[in-house]
Design a binder for this molecule. Structure first.
Ligand code: NAD
Length: 406
């Protein structure tokens, strides 16, 4: 049965159909293992009362083989129709009409949040002394900023035209040989992601939302982003639930009133140091596209790397969501049954929470932690954990299944 949206809310039947994209390269190794783990976890969590019907949809190399087109319209329409989907990594086609299949999917489905939870899993090797102190969710804006794809090569007629416009109409002179990109950040885009981040913090009992920006320099883009989200603290919808850090300091002696979410802001460059030195002061983070790209990977590295980082691309208004492995298709490891399926399994865990099947998420996390504690891990972890035994992708999956506890 289809997952639907009724009166603005997700309605998830006991036997939902969820489309999946296998993915290129190591997608073929990790995705089938992940689906097997998901089935076992759902069965155990609900004693067989619930079960996912997986519906295969094509993108990337498989779609090229069948349709001579890496991202068929049918695939996009199916995700829209079934509301929630999950994908393996897709190789970015070299040349041709696509900048990136992932970016195209995000834009076509208007998945305006790149949702990246970062939390430490016990036993994962990390460069930090206390990696467990970091537990944040990055809300990276997905549709605007210099990533919107509005750019022209230095020697193109378009760049020349824009350059002439700037010179003649705006009195701004660029070097002749400049490539030009545009950085749009809108009130609309900033407000909807700000609301999504605050709503998430309220729903899951998080303590703060921090806007990370470079508004000190880019006043009318990143500064706008910060101001629009900060203004939500005075919005009738939020003013009883949200308070700015500045007000907490000036009116409440630095101690936030019980039950209110604290809205903070940090300059992007300073935030990298903050996450290293004071990780426990941050919770939900909301940031424009480029900052978010760097920050979510840096935060993931802090808790032990990208190999196991979960993620999803979500439109919190239409509820359409595409969860994904955050790493790429690693072609040199493809078909060898050796890579870590952790990222896609943990992305699935987030997907189950998003569906309201929270129990499955915590079972999956516990089972992965237990498997790592037993030191039977894939090569990437085995080489960093003393006394570990290296196992294949599928064996790692089977061991996770064995460690599932309701
Ligand atoms: P990559 O993430 O595919 O691989 C880099 C290295 O990371 C690998 O060589 C491997 O050593 C390690 N690695 C990645 N995933 C791993 C896993 N699950 N287990 C163990 N080790 C793992 O990055 P890349 O080589 O830069 O990109 C390859 C292709 O993937 C490119 O076409 C790129 O555009 C694409 N890509 C796709 C996505 C996505 O679909 N979301 C994300 C990033 C890159």
């Amino acid at each position: 049965m289809k997952i639907t949206v009724e009166n603005g809310k997700l309605v998830v039947p006991d036997h939902p159909t969820i489309p999946y994209i296998l993915g290129d390269g190591i997608g073929r190794d990790i995705t089938p293992v992940a689906l097997k783990v998901f089935d076992a976890a759902v069965e155990k969590a609900f004693n067989g009362k619930r079960k996912v019907e997986w519906k295969k949809i094509l993108a990337g190399e498989e779609a090229i083989e069948k349709f001579n087109e890496p991202l068929p319209q049918e695939t996009i329409d199916t995700i829209r129709e079934y509301v929630i989907a999950i994908k393996g990594p897709l190789t970015t086609p070299v040349g041709g009409g696509y900048r990136s299949l992932n970016v195209t999917l995000r834009q076509k489905l208007d998945l305006f949040v790149c949702f990246r939870p970062v939390r430490y899993l016990k036993g994962v090797p990390s460069p930090m002394k206390h990696p467990e102190l970091l537990d944040v969710i990055v809300f990276r804006e997905n549709t605007e900023d210099v990533y919107a794809g509005i750019e022209w090569p230095y020697d193109s007629a378009e760049a020349k035209e824009v350059s002439n416009f700037l010179k003649n109409k705006m009195g701004v002179e660029l070097r002749e040989d400049s490539g030009i990109g545009i950085k749009p950040i809108s009130v609309f885009g900033s407000k909807r992601i700000g609301k999504a981040a605050i709503d998430y913090a309220l729903k899951y009992g998080r303590k703060s939302v921090t806007v990370v920006h470079k508004g000190n320099i880019m006043k009318y883009t990143e500064g706008l982003f910060k101001n629009v989200i900060y203004a939500l603290a005075d919005d009738p919808e939020y003013k009883d639930k949200v308070i700015t850090e500045e007000r907490v300091k000036s009116e409440f002696d630095g101690k936030a009133p019980e039950g209110k979410i604290v809205l903070k802001n940090r300059i992007a460059d300073a935030m990298f140091q903050q996450l290293l030195l004071r990780p426990d002061e941050y919770d939900v983070i909301v940031t424009p596209n480029l900052n978010g790209d760097y920050l979510s990977d840096a935060a993931a590295a802090q808790v032990g790397g990208l190999g196991m980082a979960p993620g999803g691309n979500i439109n919190f208004n239409t509820h359409i969501a595409l969860f994904e492995a955050t790493h790429g298709s690693a072609p040199k490891h493809a078909g060898k049954n050796e890579v870590n399926p952790g990222s896609i399994i943990l992305s699935g865990a987030e997907m189950f929470e998003y569906m309201g099947w929270d129990k499955v998420k915590y079972m999956l996390i516990d089972a992965i932690e237990k498997t790592i504690a037993e030191k039977y891990v894939t090569y990437d972890l085995a080489r960093q954990i003393e006394g570990a035994t290296k196992v294949s992708t599928s064996e790692f999956g089977d061991r996770i299944i064995k460690n599932l506890e309701a």
